[in-house]
Design a protein around this ligand. Structure first.
Ligand code: NAD
Length: 303
């Protein structure tokens, strides 16, 4: 069994570390927050007071952090003390450029490396049912697969360094745009006197079918498990969707890709969280979109 260090013991990092403990690995961990270190310790994680202490001599180091600069900072320190030829895996959702920079740091230190962002949220991390989207060389993928298979259900090798992040960011741009499209359709249905259930019954079996409609339906009723039935409690918080859409736009600029709907979706989610969307499920954007009708007549009238 491997010695593994998890850096970033937040909502996602702690359940991942806890599942690695359950799988029989020796698991160390570090987080800048003492509260989060204590919570992870209660799951059998041997917590350290700094990155270098947690990473010293480990076979595998996993980061689960909020932003690219933190990943680069942690990897830079960790690769100098890990076991020679060890494996570094970043499961955070970060921009592709930072991810590739982190891979080069690992490569220059003679380590194997993977970017492996996830889909499935805290529930999936806890239940071990996440999807991992993985970027990196074949040898690194082979080395990481046994651990990832213990932490998730679906492991997809998407390509070279940064390809996992690219897949995650493209996927979530689709989801953000789709949630807005589905919400707009329900608001239009309201105006046309069409019931939510009738629109759902048709679109969920026709060409409008998508995950935002059939799983995260933004109106109460048709999908009883969706956040709309629970006052839009997350679920997947609007600020995380806003972050992922922001990343999509950073990546679009970096890649020279035109994504006008991604751009519009990003702007709408920023406005939503700037108003009252923070801490609300991302499907709650329908409530924000409903408020726009007061602005539209002025715009149409050129006001
Ligand atoms: P979180 O804020 O709960 O956890 C991040 C942790 O990292 C925090 O505990 C923070 O104290 C710690 N941290 C920050 N900088 C650090 C550093 N330099 N060294 C050590 N610890 C540090 O966030 P989360 O919900 O666990 O999300 C982690 C990542 O997973 C994010 O990139 C997020 O976008 C992604 N993600 C989250 C979800 C979700 O549903 N929460 C779903 C998919 C992907």
């Amino acid at each position: 069994m491997a010695i593994i260090a998890f850096i970033g013991l937040g909502n996602m990092g702690t359940p991942l570390a806890a599942n690695a403990v359950k799988a029989g690995h020796t698991v160390r961990g570090y987080d800048i927050s003492a509260e989060r270190r204590d919570a992870a310790a209660s799951h059998g994680v041997a917590v350290s007071r700094e990155v270098a202490e947690a990473a010293a001599g480990v076979d595998i180091l996993v980061t689960m952090l909020n932003a690219g600069p933190s990943v680069i900072e942690v990897w830079s320190r960790a690769v100098t003390v890990m076991k020679a030829g060890g494996l570094v895996i970043d499961c955070s959702t970060i921009d592709v450029e930072s991810s590739r920079r982190a891979h080069s740091i690992a490569h220059e230190a003679g380590m194997l490396s993977l970017d492996a962002p996830v889909s499935g949220g805290v529930e999936g991390a806890t239940a071990g049912t996440l999807t991992f989207m993985v970027g990196g060389e074949a040898a690194a993928f082979e080395a990481g697969l046994p651990l990832l298979e213990k932490l998730g259900r679906r492991i997809v090798h998407c390509g070279e360094a940064g390809a996992g992040e690219a897949a995650k960011i493209c996927n979530n741009m689709i989801l953000g745009i789709n949630m807005i499209a589905v919400s707009e359709a329900f608001l239009l249905a309201d105006g046309l006197g069409l019931s939510h259930q009738a629109l759902f019954d048709v679109a969920s079996n026709a060409s409008g079918q998508c995950y935002a409609l059939t799983t995260h339906c933004p109106v109460p009723g048709p999908v009883p498990t969706s956040a709309a039935n629970h006052d839009y409690r997350p679920g997947f918080a609007a600020e995380l969707m806003a972050k992922d859409l922001r990343l999509s736009q950073e990546c679009a600029r970096f890649a020279g890709a035109e994504t006008p709907l991604g751009h519009a979706a990003s702007a709408l989610y920023e406005r939503f969280i700037g108003k009252d969307g923070r801490g609300v499920d991302y499907a709650g954007i329908i409530r924000f979109l409903a408020t726009l009708k007061d602005e539209v007549p002025m715009a149409r009238a050129g006001g």
